[in-house]
Design a protein. Sequence first.
Length: 570
Amino acid sequence: MVSGKLVLLTGTKKGSEFLLDREVTIGRSQENVICIEDPKVSRKHAVVMPTEKGVLLKDLNSGNGTYIGSTRVSEYFLKSGDVIRIGTQLLRYELGEETKVDTAPPLLVDAEFTTEFEGTDLKTIQHTLLEIPRGPAKDQFSILQKRLRAVYQANQIIASEQNINELFAKIMDQIFALLPADNGAILLWHKRKKCLTPEFVISRGEEFTICSSVVNRAFDRREAILIQDALRDSKYKCSSSSSIIRNKIHSIMCVPLIYQEHCLGVIYVDSRKSSTEFTQEDLEMLVALAGPSAIAMRNAQYLEMIKQGYKDTLTAIANAVELRDHYTIGHTWRVTQFALEIAKILGWSESKLEEVYMGGVLHDVGKIAVDDSILRKSQPLTDEEFEKMKIHPLKGAELLRDIALFQPIVPYCLYHHERYDGKGYPYGLSGKNIPPEGRLIAVADTFDAMTSNRPYRKGMEPELAIEKIIESKGAQLDPEYVDALVEAYNSGKIHSIIQDFHKRDKRSLACPFCSTHIRIGEEVEINSEYVCPVCGRRILIRETNGILFGELLPQSEALYTMIPFRPFEK
C-alpha cells in the first residue's frame, strides 16, 4: 500500500510533516489531524487516506473547494510532488524513501526557458534552467526533472490566483518553499512617486533592509542580480552596507518583473546565514518564477481595475439615493459593513462576501422611485405615506433585474423588509422562505435604524438596541442572523461602524461623507490622509481650536491601495 507524508509549505506550522499511515483529516475544527485556522476552510474540509490504489485526496463537500494547482478536485489520487491548496494553506505530498515508485508525473514543458539581459558587471544568469547539470546521466535527469516539476507546480499555483493581495502572498510562499531565503519583498513601480515601493514583505527580523542600489539596478537595466557574498563581492558596492552588517545579510538575489516590454517592479530576497549562499541555480529558479508572476500580477491588476470600475458604478448609484434621502445619510454604508461582519461570522465564502457588499450598497436603490416629499419629511410618515414608501423594494428589483451584472443582488433589494413571522412586505414571506440575502440585510438594516439619528429622534444606545434586536428573534428577524450580529457586537467587530459610537472620544470626527464618527489614533498626524472604515472615502484630517474635522478628498486622486507587510511565518 502506497503511503508517504504531507508537508506544510505555508502557515505558522510551515515545515511540519504528517505521515499517511492512516486517514489524515484536514479542516478548521480542532478535531482534525491538520487544523487550519482560516475562515475559508470548512470545519471538516478534506481527508487524505492511503488505499490499495494509491493515496486518495477527497474533498468533504467543502464550501470553497480543494485544489491541486489551479484545478478543483473532489477525489484525486496524489502523485509525489503534488501541491494541495486548501484555503490559503499549501501542502505538498511526498513519498517516503521506502515507498518511492519509479513512475513520476509527466513533465509539461511548452518551450525552453531562456533569459536575455543586457551587459552587466554583476553576476547574472549565464545559462538556462534546462541546462543539464554535470554528473551521472540518471542523476542529471533526476535533478532536471525536479527543477521543472517545481517550477511548473509553482507557476500553476501562481497563475490560479486572481486577487492581487492573495497573489503577492502566493508568489512569496512559492519562493520560500523552493529557495533558502530568510527575507523577501515584492516592489512595484509607483507612478506618482516615481520610485519602487514595497508592496509585500516577509521579514524574519524586526528591521528589514533592502539595498536600493540593487533593486534600482535590477529594475532600470532589466537585470537578474546574484550577490553571493554581500560584504566581500568586490564588484558590488551598497549604499546601505552598515545596515547589511548590522542585519547580517549574507547573500542577495533580485530579479525584474517583466510583462511584455514593461518592467512592473522587482522581486528581492536575501539570506542572513553565512552557511547559506545563493547559487546560480537559485537565481535561475527565481527568474523562472518571476516571468509568470509578472503576467499574473498584470492580469490581477486589470481585474482589480474592472472590479473598481464596477464598485464605482455602484457607489454612484448609491450616492444618488443618499443625496435624495439626506436624513439617512451614511445608512447605506453602515448597513453594508454590518452585513459583511454578520456574513463573515456565518461563514459565507469570499465570493459571497463580495456579493454582500454590492447588495448592501444597493439594497435601498428603489428609493429613487419614492417622492421627495416622503423621503425628506422630518416627521414620522403617515399610513398613506408609508404605503408609498413600501414600493421601494419592488422598484429596486425592477431597476436591477434587467442588468445581468446586477441580477445576483436583486434578493438584497427585494426581500430586506420581509419579516421572519410573515408580517413584512412586499410578499409577506416567512421563516426560511425568505432568501438568506433578505434575512441578512433585514438584521443589519434594523440595527442601523435603531442606532442612527433621525430628525424626529436620537439613535438608541447600542446596548439597548442589541437587547431589542434579541427580543425580535423569531418574530421580525431570523434568530441565527441575530445571534451572529450579537456575536459581532460582543467581540467589538462592529463598534466602529455604529454612527455615534466614537462621538465621545477626544480624537474623533464625523466623516464628512457618511456622518459616522470615526476614531483617529494618536499616530495619525494632522493634515494627513485617512480612510473612513465605513464608507471607504478618503478624508484630510484637519484641526481648529483643538477640534478635529475632516475634509472630503476627491476619489479620482486616490492612489492604489498599498498591501500591508506580512510578518515572517516561522
